[in-house]
Ligand binder design. Sequence first.
Ligand SMILES: Cc1cc2nc3c(=O)[nH]c(=O)nc-3n(C[C@H](O)[C@H](O)[C@H](O)COP(=O)(O)OP(=O)(O)OC[C@H]3O[C@@H](n4cnc5c(N)ncnc54)[C@H](O)[C@@H]3O)c2cc1C
Length: 262
Amino acid sequence: MKSVQPEVFLVARPEIDYDQLAAYLSEVGGEKWLEKLDRGDLDSDALNLAEFAGRLCYRSWEPGLNPNVVRVRTDQDKYLQNILASAHGSVLEHVSFSFVLHNVSRVFSHEVVRHRPGVAISQESLRFVRLADIPFWFPDWALADAELMKRSTALLEQMEEFQRWMAGHFGLDEEGVPFHEKKHKTSFMRRFAPDGVATGLLWTANIRTLRHTIEARTDPGAEEEIRLVFGKIAELMRAEAPALFSDYEITDGAWIPKWRKV
Ligand SMILES: Cc1cc2nc3c(=O)[nH]c(=O)nc-3n(C[C@H](O)[C@H](O)[C@H](O)COP(=O)(O)OP(=O)(O)OC[C@H]3O[C@@H](n4cnc5c(N)ncnc54)[C@H](O)[C@@H]3O)c2cc1C
């Protein structure tokens, strides 16, 4: 039995093509906004993309381009806070991040897949990937319980032994076994792994979804592993896009936003 920890790797973030952005802005007379780049004001592609999406809606690159707009917010933090405050959440859907959620259990994955809009998921297939051992996360309170650990480790070792026995019994490593047969039996064998078996997935979500799922899944009523993982995601996002994640108040691991349901 391999004892593991759930981990989060932020593997992809938005990247703007500023030449194309400039070409578009020169079409609509919005070059001034881009000039802010020279002052180093705009240094996050994620935040820039959200601001760009919002300004495109009102042609608010600068006052007067739209005769209805006589003044514009110039500070990006304030601009994005107004997006949150006014629940103009659709502009945040353009900004997506991809996370490898490593050593998370099937308990976790059953729950995370319930969040539907704004996400993409690719999960390790236990039809294809045979379980040679059963990686497993124990929270600290469980690790501190000697009798619980003795019994659960013995149970997991017995399950691992059964996996190995089945692989031998089905002859999966013998010469010439067709892949479809391996897949068929591997899929059967996974039924004898616990829900807590650690596995992994690539999870992509846009900022609107991230804000909602961070709130829901760090709530004290949420399951402890998903709370742990979404706490890590929240920390990463606050560093990546502070203007869109600094309204949260953190109380006992619960991330409570000032602006809900954008
Ligand atoms: C603490 C906790 C306990 C839970 N316990 C259980 C449980 O016991 N059993 C169980 O089955 N589930 C449970 N869930 C899952 C929960 O019911 C939701 O399915 C899950 O959290 C997904 O969130 P969401 O509904 O906000 O949807 P998401 O897919 O995250 O969607 C985001 C938002 O988009 C809107 N939306 C999305 N789809 C629709 C739609 N089809 N129609 C209308 N609006 C939509 C809603 O406003 C929704 O909040 C629990 C969740 C939490 C956080």
